[in-house]
Write a protein of this length. Structure first.
Length: 160
């Protein structure tokens, strides 16, 4: 079973990060690692991280140079064959990781997979779904459909 690595960049997201990590660590796909790279938050983020006892979670809290730097630091630590990053105020639907791995395993020609995305507000209200749809380079270049970052996974070979 291939390992999935999910990097979570964070900075002062203590209000949301528990829901993010719960959505990752409660996935029915067990062979995953979650790597939180926190930029030295001074809110409750570190307390939340300390409270989670799960061997699949590793984290560091130290100053960095922003979100991209945090993602890159996390990706350097990632050991998975499939990779993703999830912002610290986003959540995955139950079963998402298993479905993504099943698709990638059965479609060796696919390097990246993404799906639909729902926007939620701080109270958990859901807004209309943003449909991912089939990839179309012409539409993407013309400013039409986009690839939804949240829930996008790719093969390590793409990262390398």
């Amino acid at each position: 079973m291939p390992t999935v690595s999910i990097v979570v960049p964070s900075y002062k997201q203590g209000r949301y990060i528990r829901a993010t990590l719960d959505s990752v660590l409660s996935q029915d796909y067990r062979d995953l690692e979650c790597i939180v790279i926190d930029g030295g938050s001074t809110d409750e983020t570190v307390d939340v991280l300390r409270s989670i006892e799960d061997p699949r979670l590793t984290w560091v809290s130290e100053p960095d140079r922003g979100q991209s730097h945090a993602i890159n630091k996390g990706m350097l630590q990632a050991s998975g064959q499939y990779l993703s990053y999830l912002n610290s105020d986003d959540v995955l639907r139950p079963g998402a990781v298993a479905a993504i791995v099943a698709f990638l395993e059965s479609h060796p020609q696919a390097d990246l997979v993404y799906g639909d995305m729902e926007h939620i507000d701080a109270q958990g209200n859901v807004f209309p779904t943003v449909i991912g749809g089939p990839f179309n380079l012409a539409e993407l270049l013309a400013g039409g459909k986009t690839v939804n970052q949240a829930g996008t996974f790719w093969r390590r070979s793409v990262q390398d």
